[in-house]
Design a protein around this ligand. Structure first.
Ligand SMILES: Cc1cc2nc3c(=O)[nH]c(=O)nc-3n(C[C@H](O)[C@H](O)[C@H](O)COP(=O)(O)OP(=O)(O)OC[C@H]3O[C@@H](n4cnc5c(N)ncnc54)[C@H](O)[C@@H]3O)c2cc1C
Length: 275
């Protein structure tokens, strides 16, 4: 199938994007890396009248580091973040999760912000945003607003980003120096979206587990430093509380089993790094 006809605008600066989105509303779609939008256009799952390409806006390419935090603007590719010098030390969770996104070819074009905007429940970057409690800056002709991770994702492939807004950048806060981090995922083949993905952050007083691929959005839980059967009970409660589904990739029972087993594994791995 071929895309329905659309007008194509290669934006030169962010104000142009904001103004076009303001004029066109839901008739316009931002094109970043195209790794999700182009298939959607080809399958006619999206039929925008105007496609606004932001990928050549230089001001949106440079990843910034400030006081340990990382800010990734809208045109920065997933590969650029993965290859950022020192990422393993400053943001170990991102360094562990990024290689699981698709393939080198898709990461070379796909953007970090595009993945957040797309909001696939199995995608690694939305999971990291929630696990690290980052924030997203939205831009429109009305101005900018900053939205915390907990409020950004509204449901499956749905965010608070309005039709006239774009994600301008995402901020991943500085790591907790005394925390341990771990990430794992289960997928049928290398490069596939996760069936279940788990990220753990273990601090001296708390354990946090974020799970993707099970509910409509990644879900984060925080407990004290549980161990043994108390941790098993907490993981079991979490597994049953999620809206696990049967689909062509896995049934709900496998997804709940993975929350329990992989959840425990990442927590123990992160605990070992934090002690
Ligand atoms: C073979 C293959 C395997 C893949 N495997 C994985 C995987 O395992 N895990 C995973 O997470 N992803 C995977 N992906 C998807 C990939 O990560 C995409 O890069 C990502 O989902 C979207 O990023 P993009 O920059 O390509 O966005 P685009 O495709 O350009 O856009 C995606 C959507 O987000 C919107 N959008 C993009 N940027 C912005 C912005 N700044 N502001 C507002 N809206 C915006 C677009 O309008 C569109 O609706 C895979 C893709 C392919 C082709």
């Amino acid at each position: 199938m071929k895309p329905a006809p659309f007008d194509f605008v290669r934006a030169a600066h962010v104000e142009e994007v904001a103004s076009l989105l303001g004029e066109e509303g839901d008739a316009a779609r931002v094109l970043a890396g195209g790794q999700s939008l182009l298939p959607m256009l080809s399958m006619r799952l999206a039929q925008p009248a105007v496609v606004v390409d932001i990928s050549r806006i230089e001001a949106l390419e440079m990843i910034r580091q400030d006081g340990g935090a990382i800010t990734v603007p809208a045109a920065a590719r997933q590969a650029a973040l993965l290859n950022l010098p020192g990422l393993t030390e400053t943001h170990p969770l991102l360094a562990m999760a990024l290689p699981w996104i698709g393939h080198p070819q898709t990461r070379a074009r796909g953007t970090v912000c595009g993945s957040l905007a797309h909001a696939d429940p199995s995608a690694e970057l939305p999971l990291c945003l929630i696990a690290l409690q980052g924030s997203v800056t939205l831009r429109s002709s009305r101005g900018t607003r900053k939205v915390g991770a907990a409020d950004f994702f509204q449901g499956m492939m749905t965010t608070v980003c309005a039709d006239d807004e774009m994600i301008e950048e995402v901020l991943f806060p500085a790591r907790h120096q005394d925390a341990g981090y771990a990430f794992r995922e289960f997928a049928r083949r290398d490069g596939d979206f996760a069936i279940v993905a788990c990220a753990a952050v273990v601090m001296p007083e708390s354990i946090e587990l974020t799970v993707g691929g099970v509910d409509d959005i990644p879900v984060r839980r925080q407990w004290g430093r549980l161990e043994g059967s108390a941790l098993d009970d907490a993981l079991n409660e979490m597994a049953w509380s999620l809206n696990a589904r049967d689909d062509q990739h896995a049934n709900a029972r496998l997804r709940r089993d993975l929350v329990r087993s992989m959840g425990r594994d990442v927590i123990e791995e992160a605990r070992a790094c934090s002690d």
